[in-house]
Design a protein around this ligand. Structure first.
Ligand SMILES: NC(=O)c1ccc[n+]([C@@H]2O[C@H](COP(=O)([O-])OP(=O)(O)OC[C@H]3O[C@@H](n4cnc5c(N)ncnc54)[C@H](O)[C@@H]3O)[C@@H](O)[C@H]2O)c1
Length: 337
């Protein structure tokens, strides 16, 4: 059995608790938390616990020789600089979604990983969830017939006392608004499930309620194989819904983070799952770091949903269909395997 790798966590905010829990859930056989970093010293100390070092500055974390790899859990607009610096210091990186707020930043991150020859992984969480993985495998195996379209929704209204952190209220620090922050989950899983190259997008994205820079988004994507994806974000919805529905010739398949319902005659089939997607991400990241790659979800793949989100904003702004199969968006086909 290999020694656990030394993990450094950059950013000790809300999602860091989920990662710390995932580390505990995975029994720490892959990773040992050796250092954390946050500009808020109190948060860093709390996340570090008894055994890890707490830093306020990324350079100090990167200089810590016990750190074999870094997880970047910063506000979106800070992902690129931190990732480029960590890769430049020879540390593999797992960066949270969205990969970055601009395509230029995504490209800098991809170039830094190529130059360093180190693993860069993007944490598109839904691809590590068992229900989505199972649905994709069964779709590929032909069990549902042929795919016609995917309808995906990420809807929820925050509690009345919710006060968003400042960076979540500005388009430039989020890289958009709710459509990016939540919708990117929908978009990424739908594209990954469909497995065909996106050809065009048409979107309407608005701010109706005022909490996010935008809170209401509707988009249709056309794919090169003739299938379509329709998705929505609704930050005012009283019905909480985070669901991807595959409309296929032999079945209609509704997938959530916990369940897959296969509707067909005579009876629907229900499959429920218990898993921890962050623990799965950390396991696959560890395996890639140990082997030197490839990355389970590299920068080129992580760039795809960012490009589509930005193209949807452009479509909404300009009130027109935007091509995704030519510059400046040029989204490649996702892996079909
Ligand atoms: N995959 C998911 O389901 C999921 C869920 C939530 C958040 N996220 C992503 O995780 C990231 C973090 O989100 P969050 O909700 O934890 O945000 P947050 O605002 O709660 O935490 C960010 C932390 O970064 C720290 N920070 C800011 N600038 C820093 C700097 N220069 N150096 C060191 N620390 C700095 C802040 O003090 C804060 O503690 C975002 O990219 C978000 O999109 C993903």
């Amino acid at each position: 059995m290999d020694e656990p790798l030394g993990l450094g966590i950059l950013g000790c905010g809300v999602i860091s608790a989920t990662y710390l829990e995932a580390l505990r859930a995975s029994g720490q056989s892959d990773w040992r938390l050796v250092a954390v970093c946050d500009v808020d010293a109190e948060k860093a100390r709390a996340a570090a616990g008894e055994d890890a070092a707490a830093y306020a500055d990324l350079d100090r974390l990167l200089a810590d020789r016990r750190v074999d790899a870094v997880v970047v859990l910063l506000p979106n607009y800070l992902h690129a600089d931190a990732t480029v610096r960590a890769l430049g210091a020879g540390k593999p990186v797992l960066v949270e979604k969205p990969m970055a707020t601009t395509l230029e930043d995504c490209d800098r991150m991809i170039a830094a990983a190529d130059q360093a020859g180190k693993v860069l992984m993007v944490g598109m969480t839904n691809r590590f969830r068992l229900p989505f993985r199972t649905a994709r495998a069964r779709l590929r195996a032909g069990e549902f017939g042929s795919l016609t379209f995917i309808a995906d929704a990420f809807n929820y209204r925050p509690a009345p006392d919710y006060r968003p952190r400042a960076w979540l209220t500005r388009p430039e620090t989020v890289g958009g608004g709710m459509f990016t922050q939540m919708g990117i989950h929908s978009l990424d899983r739908a594209i990954w499930l469909a497995g065909a190259a996106p050809a065009w997008a048409h979107a309407v994205i608005r701010n109706v309620g005022g909490i996010w820079p935008d809170d209401t988004g509707l988009a249709t994507l056309g794919l090169a194989d003739g299938t379509h994806i329709q998705f929505q974000t609704d930050g005012l919805a009283m019905q909480r819904r985070n669901e991807c529905v595959l409309h296929c010739s032999e079945a209609t398949v509704a997938v959530t983070g916990r369940q897959m319902m296969v509707y067909r005659r005579p009876e629907p089939e229900v499959q429920t799952f218990e898993d921890n997607p962050m623990a799965q991400e950390l396991r696959e990241f560890a395996a890639a770091v140990r082997s030197g790659g490839p990355s389970p979800l590299d920068g080129r793949e992580g760039r795809v949903p960012v490009a589509i989100c930005l193209a949807c904003y452009e479509s909404s702004r300009a009130g027109r269909v935007v091509r995704l199969d030519e510059p400046p968006w040029s989204v490649p086909a996702p892996a079909r395997a």
